[in-house]
Write a protein that binds this ligand. Structure first.
Ligand code: SIN
Length: 275
């Protein structure tokens, strides 16, 4: 039996730093399970001082499932599973600068994302994460009842976002439940985000816009959030099924750079029953 990991929560609501793990070393099944359990409990995990190679990053990602390929983002080492995350003085946009759940416009949106930053600005470049179980739980019962059973259109458009890089595939679009049941925890999470969710099905444009505007505002409540300050070789891994995130671009003209490995997910569903 391997040693236990140390789980240090950042807030009572979301986020925990994991200590006592070196991801460049083989991970026993027991340790993997401890990390997985901590992830399900805290939604976003952070690791410090992880000097891992791209191969080790891929290997860690594959422990959670098959890897996802972003529709449009550039990649490194000729491998589309190694998504490039890079902003510098020549950038006109930063990836992930608005609240979103990664590629929620996919029919089967990514389960989770594992970001390893190699280079960070001297100050700034933090990432905010928000707990979508807490966002759902905080709504009044009449609003919860209105949302359950509704579906929304998620549409992606990466035009001009990644310069000259040719997209890997067509920009996806999909219809998903507004409230989704997490397949592991059985908890209900709000699943609309300003990055991709365009319209609620079966409502007039005015009704849909008003409801989405309210929800987009609601999910940004700081009470649902934690804020991560990166260091070189930090890793953050977030569960896209119950987390939204936003990367703050407050460090221009400095450079922030790393690699994201993303794990494929399942089609979102709503179930009244806890799984
Ligand atoms: C992203 O993967 O959405 C960006 C997150 C970040 O750069 O902090």
């Amino acid at each position: 039996m391997s040693q236990s990991i140390e789980v240090e929560p950042l807030t009572p609501t979301i986020g925990a730093q994991i200590n006592g793990v070196d991801l460049s070393q083989p991970l026993s099944e027991d340790r993997f399970q401890q990390i997985h359990d901590a992830w399900m409990q805290h939604l976003v995990l952070f690791f410090r001082n992880q000097k891992i190679s791209p191969e080790q990053h891929l290997e860690f990602g594959r422990r959670f499932g098959a890897l996802h390929i972003h529709p449009a983002a550039p990649y490194l080492h000729d491998n589309p599973e190694l998504m490039k995350v890079h902003t510098d003085k020549n950038s006109h946009i930063q990836n992930g600068a608005g609240w979103h759940s990664d590629v929620s416009a996919d029919e089967e949106p990514p389960l989770g994302s594992i970001l390893h930053l190699h280079r960070v600005p001297p100050h700034g470049g933090d990432t905010l994460f928000a707990n979508m179980y807490a966002a759902f739980d905080a709504l009044s019962e009449p609003v919860q009842n209105l949302l359950i059973g509704l579906e929304a259109h998620h549409v992606s458009d990466y035009t001009n976002q990644y310069g000259d890089h040719k997209p890997q595939r067509e920009f996806p679009k999909a219809v998903h439940p507004v409230v989704r049941t997490h397949p592991v925890t059985g908890r209900q999470a709000l699943f609309v985000n300003v990055g991709f969710t365009k319209r609620i099905r079966g409502m007039s444009r005015m009704e849909s816009d008003a409801l989405l505007e309210m929800l987009f505002k609601h999910v940004t409540n700081p009470a649902f959030q934690c804020r991560f300050q990166w260091q070189p070789n930090s890793i953050a891994m977030w569960d896209n099924r119950c987390v939204q995130h936003l990367a703050i671009w407050d460090y221009y003209p400095e450079t922030r750079s790393g690699i994201r490995v993303t794990v494929k997910g399942d089609r979102p569903f709503y179930s009244e029953q806890a799984v």
